[in-house]
Design a protein around this ligand. Structure first.
Ligand SMILES: O=c1ccn([C@@H]2O[C@H](COP(=O)(O)OP(=O)(O)O[C@H]3O[C@H](CO)[C@@H](O)[C@H](O)[C@H]3O)[C@@H](O)[C@H]2O)c(=O)[nH]1
Length: 459
């Protein structure tokens, strides 16, 4: 779309308010670009400082390629320790944003044209609904995880009343059993920030006009229905949210030289590091499997220093031995563009929800290897939808280390299983269909925009 000035937007003015971490920021930026492309005036609220340099770089690049979208940045207050247990830098940032959010109030009122609606991260629902309760601004929330995990979160207030001590599983009405081992223990501890923020935001959900979620009907039909039946009937599955810089090429010429569907992409998202021991087993498994691979490790591209670090973990000759078949990259890569590349045939993923949705949108078979948070539940969605298989079914409290033989076997399976490739292709077809003009997600998004416009006209 041609670049125009902000005043050319005639639709409603919507503010989007993401929370900390790339896994939360990226879906908001995608939604911002989609609303902008559909005629809304969009403001994205950002915080200073961001929790990571990657976030700050990403934001700068985003606003450069989307000149019509306004950035409203505000300075966070210093972190103040609350009585809740919180030792995660991302959750500390979430808590800091929550305690600083009142500083936004004068800034929101001064925006022109006036705001019709604000869509905040689920983690900010309680603060944002309070912040604008006396202003003519409608509130919405965006859930960045799966409908299945959201269902579990919505059920948490009830779950905390139950004695779960000796249970293997809990039964969520209309969703079926969820094994206790797939529920993060922090969620069940009310003195932990994770549990407390979920409970407080769930109790504010009735104040928002809609709960947007980055999933789609045919991918998670049962879970979406279960969310509705468990009291959140204003859930709006508008996914899969689309890439906003699809035209930009990936910067890995190596990939262009590989045969179609031959490369296994290995990446654990923006914030998950494996133990050195597990990295060693994973490296050995890649070699053993004989698969071509593109493996993203934490850090910059493998330069001299990084090479030493890789050699330290994988043995001095690993890179040399595997250089014909594989590439190790350290640092940020353009994951969506890589997954869209014809050479990619499989994806070893921790099942962060954005990764799952990207694999679904692009029909890439997933080898699910969850590590924490919602990922075990998300891996269950991957398997159920026919998008992938587990490297080994894992839950909290179980041994995490998986040996090379077991991993290699699953790698070969995910790359060679024809049935899986076909069903992943079917998932992609449905994801495409839902984004077409009369597809479920697109129609819902259009209705949402229509209701934003009505708010503007009636105010
Ligand atoms: O080198 C990289 C690494 C990541 N990404 C992108 O970054 C996002 C990462 O998100 P996700 O796959 O969801 O993983 P996390 O970063 O781990 O996301 C956090 O947030 C998610 C959404 O709430 C949760 O599902 C996860 O468990 C939580 O760890 C995805 O869009 C990736 O495409 C890149 O583009 N390049």
């Amino acid at each position: 779309m041609a670049s125009t000035t902000k005043s050319e937007n005639v639709g409603a003015h919507i503010a989007l308010f993401p929370c900390a971490g790339m896994g939360h920021l990226l879906p908001f930026l995608r939604l911002a670009a989609m609303l902008d492309a559909r005629g809304c005036a969009v403001t994205v609220i950002t915080v200073k400082p961001t929790v990571s340099a990657a976030e700050s770089d990403h934001l700068s690049a985003f606003f450069t390629i989307h000149p019509r979208i306004t950035r409203l940045e505000f300075q966070l207050l210093p972190y103040q320790k609350s009585g809740l247990r919180n030792d995660d830098p991302f959750f500390i940032q979430m808590e800091t944003i929550a305690t600083s959010v009142h500083l936004l109030r004068p800034l929101l009122s001064s925006l022109s044209p006036p705001l019709s609606a604000i869509v905040s991260d689920f983690t900010l629902t309680s603060q944002v609904t309070d912040l604008v309760s006396d202003l003519p601004i409608s509130t919405y929330t965006l859930m960045t995880s799966s409908a299945a995990f959201f269902c579990l979160m919505a059920y948490l207030p009830k779950l905390l009343q139950i004695d779960v001590a000796n249970r293997d599983a809990i039964e969520i009405p209309d969703l079926g059993p969820i094994s206790m081992s797939s529920i993060p223990p922090k969620m069940l501890d009310p003195s932990d920030f994770f549990s407390a923020f979920i409970s407080s935001n769930v109790s504010s959900l009735h104040k928002v006009k809609g709960v947007l979620i980055n999933t789609f009907n045919s991918f998670e039909s049962e879970a979406i229905e279960a969310v509705r039946r468990n009291g959140v009937d204003h859930i709006l599955p508008i996914g899969p949210l689309e890439s906003y810089d699809a035209k930009k090429a990936h910067d890995l010429p190596w990939l262009d030289e590989q045969p179609p569907e031959s490369v296994l992409f290995v990446s654990f998202g923006s914030r998950t590091a494996l133990s050195k021991e597990q990295i060693r087993e994973l490296g050995a498994a890649l070699e053993k499997s004989g698969c071509r691979f593109l493996w993203v490790l934490k850090g910059g591209k493998v330069d001299k220093e990084d090479k030493e670090e890789v050699e330290d973990m994988l043995g001095a000759s690993f890179v040399e031995r595997t250089k014909k078949k594989g590439l190790i990259v350290k640092g940020w890569v353009k994951q969506e563009q890589i997954l869209a590349h014809p050479a990619i045939g499989g994806f070893v993923s921790h099942c962060g929800w954005n990764s799952v949705i990207e694999a679904a949108r692009l029909g890439v078979p997933v080898l699910a290897w969850p590590q924490h948070g919602d990922q075990s539940v998300n891996a269950g969605v991957v398997e159920k939808a026919g998008l992938g298989l587990w490297v080994r079914e894992w839950g909290w409290g179980q041994t995490k280390l998986i040996g090379r033989e077991e991993i290699a076997e699953k790698m070969i399976e995910v790359m060679q299983d024809e049935k899986l490739r076909v069903s992943a292709g079917e998932v992609r077809a449905k994801a495409k269909e839902t984004r077409e003009v009369d597809g479920d997600s697109e129609a819902l998004l259009q209705r949402l925009i229509h209701s934003f416009n009505n708010i503007t006209q009636n105010s």
